[in-house]
Write a protein that binds this ligand. Sequence first.
Ligand SMILES: *[C@@H]1O[C@H](CO)[C@@H](O)[C@H](O)[C@H]1NC(C)=O
Ligand SMILES: *[C@@H]1O[C@H](CO)[C@@H](O)[C@H](O)[C@H]1NC(C)=O
Ligand SMILES: *[C@@H]1O[C@H](CO)[C@@H](O)[C@H](O)[C@H]1NC(C)=O
Ligand SMILES: *[C@@H]1O[C@H](CO)[C@@H](O)[C@H](O)[C@H]1NC(C)=O
Ligand SMILES: *[C@@H]1O[C@H](CO)[C@@H](O)[C@H](O)[C@H]1NC(C)=O
Length: 249
Amino acid sequence: MAAGVSTSLCFTVTLSFVLGSSALHLLNATAASGNPPSTPVVRCRCAGYPNQTFCSWTEPSQSPPTHYIATYSERHRQSVTKQCHLIPPGSSSSALSSAPSSSSGQLWHCHLEDLKLLTDYIINVTAVNHVGSSCHLKSFMLEDIVKPDPPIDVRLSPNGLRKLSVEWSPPPTWPNLDIFPLKYQIQYQLENRGNPVHLGPFESTRVDLKGMAPGKTYLVQVCAMELLGLGECSNWSSPVNTTMPKLHK
Ligand SMILES: *[C@@H]1O[C@H](CO)[C@@H](O)[C@H](O)[C@H]1NC(C)=O
Ligand SMILES: *[C@@H]1O[C@H](CO)[C@@H](O)[C@H](O)[C@H]1NC(C)=O
Ligand SMILES: *[C@@H]1O[C@H](CO)[C@@H](O)[C@H](O)[C@H]1NC(C)=O
Ligand SMILES: *[C@@H]1O[C@H](CO)[C@@H](O)[C@H](O)[C@H]1NC(C)=O
Ligand SMILES: *[C@@H]1O[C@H](CO)[C@@H](O)[C@H](O)[C@H]1NC(C)=O
């Protein structure tokens, strides 16, 4: 039974942290009639250091009324917990990538504040309904979950027959470019012809691509990564294209 599996996941983890009563309570929740909520599967991402860290999980569609409690603490100071500020599905927040609700459910987010570097954190997201509760504990370090939003406003300008200038702007959600600069990678390919070429990293927001084929159309995308290589590169920006000038006009 799915709910049993998810509850025992939390049960196991709960045991290793606080022996006793809450584990019993969770066990009892499964025995009661109806089903406790399914365990929220929590993902966390830092889209901008230091204040753009969000965790998210999906509320299954057609679940009975469920509310969530999200708290986090440093792994080695678990007595000090903070509320992760809940952002219900459908809220418009410019900081969140607007992932449309899928048929499998609606996306909840919560915002974590004042995170420190090189520190182990644990977030506890507990789903509660009229039958019981299920919790998910996830530990993370900021360094591992950095993933900027994609660069924006990618502009292409052919510069002679074989040179293509690419310019872009950093993701606006990355707040402190002076203190935590970004680096970028480029992916480009001929229209209708596979094999993308990868270039970079570049620290500037403008690069000249050379050796382009006259008269051909190219698709170009850019991703952004924290300069020291923390975390991973953003998603690729959506492709923009341009056609190089022809040899004989
Ligand atoms: C997780 O949070 C819930 C709700 O605040 C709490 O009842 C539970 O004890 C917490 N679990 C752990 C392992 O900290
Ligand atoms: C289990 O839950 C029932 C009602 O849901 C309650 O009456 C009972 O006291 C609970 N038992 C424990 C051990 O918490
Ligand atoms: C994050 O910090 C930047 C400046 O450092 C500020 O402009 C921005 O509004 C902050 N965002 C949030 C969500 O607090
Ligand atoms: C990145 O791409 C994945 C897969 O296409 C998508 O699920 C996710 O929402 C995207 N993230 C952002 C920040 O755009
Ligand atoms: C090239 O860009 C134009 C305008 O943005 C768009 O309509 C067209 O579909 C793009 N072509 C390809 C092959 O992506």
